[in-house]
Design a protein. Structure first.
Length: 345
């Protein structure tokens, strides 16, 4: 397995942790003895759901028991993440955690009901996904610059959808707004499916949507992709430029990713077993190729590499939110940005 470029600086301690994986201890060899539940912390139809379903059948074959995908949405992923953090640490309840609930929420809200660092254990990275800047197929613009010019010439500006305050799509659009001084207004929706439907049916003007979620509608001709949010072009859409290529800023980089997490105190042998089996599944042609065609990028990591990747992502988004948003934009500090998260039930 090749080392992921973001995680080459893995510590010696992390490497030592992974070294014991083979042979697996007895507790990992006897695990599982019943169904494993993958909790997606967002509504069905989103990026987390897509990658969870992509691996579930083959992972079930590898583990010898059913793998059940279930949904516990709410508060930008915090409800599902909290439920897994409080679950028994036995490897039977796992979180399909994404950028929002693992690294963004902590910078936006004082009380989440869980700590991503101390209450959840990283198991395996599933995929990274650029966001696609999508517009209705009949929209009059074909470039990001044309979109932004339209926002400035319209008295009401343009409306952009998101899957909720503080989500990667929201941050990407606000960063675009701040860096180009455009007239853009946020319209949050509950989940990727609802936001996507709003763009297809012209209720909003654009949306930064995870590429795998948007791709079916793009292929069907119902949406156009003006750019992707990553620093490099997506192999799935090589002719579509990045936001940085088109209008800047040159370091514009807002990505979505999904990974598997377990409750704290889950035995390290079970974590290692899951990492091994998930990475094997991700390398299978029947799993990897469809994900790559959809716009997801698959590059499996060891447990230590994934932990290093998470530290890097946490630092990146903390800097983005505290510097670009809390200080410079229109929320009057992070408190306003995170209001919904602070009202967790």
């Amino acid at each position: 397995m090749k080392t992921h470029p973001i995680a080459r600086a893995t510590t010696v301690a992390a490497a030592a942790f992974v070294a014991f994986v083979s042979p697996l201890p007895v507790c990992a060899q006897s695990y599982p003895s019943r169904a494993v539940h993958l909790v997606v912390a967002n509504p069905a139809g989103g990026a987390g759901d897509i990658v969870a379903k992509a691996i579930s059948d083959m992972l079930a074959k590898a583990l010898g028991h059913s793998v059940i995908v279930e949904y516990r949405a709410g508060a930008s992923g915090a409800v599902g993440a909290r439920s897994v953090a409080r679950a028994a640490p036995d490897g039977y309840t796992l979180l399909v955690g994404q950028t929002t609930e693992i690294v963004i929420n902590r910078a936006l809200a004082k009380e989440l009901g869980y700590d991503p660092d101390s209450d959840l254990v990283p198991v395996a990275l599933l995929a990274t996904m650029p966001l696609a800047l999508i517009v209705p197929a009949a929209a009059p613009y074909t470039t990001v610059d044309q979109l932004l010019q339209a926002s400035r010439s319209s008295p009401r500006g343009l409306l952009f959808a998101s899957t909720g305050p503080g989500t990667p799509g929201h941050l990407a659009a606000e960063l675009l707004k701040a860096s180009t001084h455009s007239n853009l207004t946020h319209v949050p929706y509950e989940g990727g499916g609802a936001a996507l439907d709003a763009v297809v049916n012209n209720r909003v003007d654009f949306h930064f949507q995870a590429l795998p979620t948007a791709m079916p509608q793009v292929i069907a001709g119902k949406l156009k992709v003006l750019a992707v949010s990553s620093v490099k072009r997506s192999p799935a859409l090589p002719n579509v430029p990045t936001v940085a290529e088109t209008i800047g800023p040159k370091d514009f980089d807002v990505m979505l990713w999904a990974g598997i997490f377990a409750p704290r105190n889950t035995p390290t042998a079970i974590v290692a077993r899951l990492n091994q089996e998930i990475n094997n599944v991700l390398q299978q042609t029947d799993v990897k190729d469809p994900l790559m065609r959809s716009g997801a990028e698959v590059d499996p990591m060891s447990v230590g590499e994934f932990a290093s990747f998470l530290r890097s992502e946490t630092a990146k988004y903390e800097a983005l939110i505290k510097v670009e948003f809390c200080s410079k934009l229109l929320y009057g500090g992070c408190g306003g940005f995170g209001t919904n998260l602070n009202l967790l039930p």
